[in-house]
Design a protein around this ligand. Structure first.
Ligand code: ADP
Ligand code: MG
Length: 339
């Protein structure tokens, strides 16, 4: 940003797990959606990765909050703090002189009027002067290079941290959408329970997340199988340290129920899709975005089960943010943005 430019333009993907800011098509901020707040005076002490490192360690002095845990703003104050904190992390952000900020922020497709209002208020309070909003699946589709204004329909499945969103898009609009509260956080929870039950090992969410990333799987047979992952932790009963190898097969079993629920939701969405659009979807395949799309074998499992090809976005963790970035450059052409 030049010395004399008074308007800053940013696109924000406020995710339940990760928040991303794009300026000029570049990812300039990519942080976990976590805020740490000092309990005594209610001030923000950290945001993003720094705040994430404080989870479970702040005792009664510091409270860590994930403002969007279930896909909607659960904590307005924390959300606003987070937006402010993230904007301050933009490398070229001018601290002495707050420029007028044009923002495009994405929102879950199932957002109510009240929730949309809340995101707008938070964004304005955080410095946005000219705030537009875009529905997440729309942003995901644009981020994957899909022409959302075409009459040919497409289906997007975005598996994030707190929610899985399934949407059908055609002619620049969301024809139908379905959101379920089963996603990456639930996979982590499944793993925490499984490790306790099967291995007597007590772990918490960050370890579960590492297990998921290394050996998380949606199929018990994979072509490029990851090696076992060794986990160290306390024995639930004796409290003595133990070291356990975890295979992708057992994690596939442990995630089975949650993945079946996601599968069921996709089938329901297909069931209620008008036949003309259904035909388009069968022809083009279904597009997978969000961090959950990275689960080993997920696209293959869904393709086999639903018998429609599933395509994983090139960069599933950034598809929504990239699409929001494209929307930022087209605020005057994209009629589907919300003012
Ligand atoms: P949100 O938009 O809700 O913030 P993201 O699209 O950023 O969510 O995805 C975050 C989720 O993806 C988290 O639950 C994270 O654990 C999960 N995730 C990230 N990388 C992987 C991976 N390699 N395998 C499986 N899950 C992953
Ligand atoms: Mg997301």
């Amino acid at each position: 940003m030049g010395l004399f430019s008074f308007t800053q333009e940013i696109a924000i993907d406020l995710g339940t797990a990760n928040s991303i800011i794009i300026c000029d098509d570049q990812v300039v901020v990519d942080e976990p959606s976590v805020v740490a707040i000092n309990v005594a005076d209610n001030r923000m002490v950290a945001v993003g990765r720094k705040a994430q490192q404080m989870i479970g360690k702040g005792g009664t002095l510091i409270r860590t909050v994930r403002p969007l845990r279930d896909g909607v703003i659960a904590d307005f104050y924390a959300c606003e703090m987070m937006i402010r904190g993230l904007i301050r992390m933009i490398p070229q952000h001018n601290r002495l002189f707050t420029p007028s900020i044009r923002m495009v922020v994405c929102i879950p497709s199932g957002s109510t009027e009240v929730e949309i209002r809340a995101v707008r208020d938070s964004s304005e309070h955080a410095g946005g002067r000219d705030v537009y909003m875009i529905y997440e699946p729309m942003a995901a589709a644009i981020g994957m290079g899909i022409d959302v204004e075409s009459p040919e329909g497409c289906m997007i499945v975005d598996i994030g941290g707190g929610t899985t969103e399934i949407a059908v898009i055609a002619l620049g609009g969301i024809v139908s959408n379905k959101s379920i509260k089963i996603a990456g956080d639930d996979f982590n929870q499944d793993i925490v329970e499984y490790m306790g039950r099967m291995h007597n090992l007590r772990i918490d969410e960050p370890t579960a997340e590492r297990i998921k990333i290394q050996v998380g799987a949606a199929l018990t047979e994979l072509e490029d199988a990851p090696e076992d992952y060794w986990v160290i932790g306390p024995n639930k009963v004796t409290a003595l340290p133990m070291k356990v190898p975890v295979s992708y097969q057992e994690i596939a079993h442990c995630l089975e129920k949650s993945i079946t629920k996601i599968e069921g939701a996709i089938l329901q969405a297909l069931e209620s899709t008008p036949p003309e659009l259904y035909a388009d979807i069968v022809k083009r395949g279904i597009f997978l975005a969000g961090g959950g799309a990275l689960l080993h074998g997920l696209a293959k499992r869904l393709t086999d089960k639903i018998t429609i090809p599933f395509h994983v976005a090139e960069d599933p963790l950034h598809a929504v943010a990239r699409g929001t970035g494209v929307a930022l450059k087209n605020v005057n052409n994209f009629g589907f943005l919300i003012r």
